[in-house]
Write a protein that binds this ligand. Structure first.
Ligand SMILES: [Zn+2]
Length: 168
């Protein structure tokens, strides 16, 4: 009888931990469902990351509706990000064409830059389908505010004013 004591305790502690994880998962799931139609990428990302973490910790099955919602939120975030880029898109600076292809996001440390940074902003390439000009830009516009851009881009330049008047 006495020998069973510790094992029972372990099982109880384990059971309590499991219940806590299950409760956290249910909570994260309810929250994620409530914001799933939001147009705010930051809100969606927070909900998605919390739910993803809870799914991992609770060891939910790979076919669970919780994990499915993680994917749904991920797709929604991608759609919103691409819509934002499309809204900001202007005709090609070189040829005026309006047709482009857009790369996936990649990290700046996937380029061989001398000024590496541990937490890279995400970048994307934009290819003009008419003249082949490539533009590289921050994939997430808000990163202009949030990254230590001085370390990545140590030199500051300002373009000259557009020539004015009737002659160049
Ligand atoms: Zn072009």
């Amino acid at each position: 009888m006495r020998e069973d004591g510790p094992r029972v305790t372990v099982r109880l502690v384990f059971g309590k931990k499991k219940r806590e994880l299950a409760a956290r998962l249910a909570n994260a799931f309810a929250n994620a469902r409530a914001v799933a139609d939001s147009g705010d990428v930051a809100v969606l990302r927070r909900a998605r990351d919390k739910l993803h973490e809870a799914v991992r910790d609770a060891d939910a099955s790979s076919e669970s509706e919780e994990l499915e919602l993680v994917m749904v939120l991920g797709r929604r975030i991608t759609e919103l990000r691409e819509a934002t880029i499309a809204d900001r898109l202007r005709p090609c600076a070189h040829c005026g064409s309006r047709d482009f292809r857009l790369s996936e996001e990649f990290a700046i440390d996937q380029l061989d830059l001398p000024t590496r940074y541990e937490t890279s902003p995400k970048l994307r390439l934009l290819l003009c389908l008419s003249c082949g000009a490539l533009a590289m830009f921050l994939a997430r516009h808000e990163d202009i505010e949030s990254f230590d851009l001085q370390r990545l881009f140590p030199t500051k330049l300002r373009a000259r004013e557009e020539p004015r008047g009737p002659f160049r």
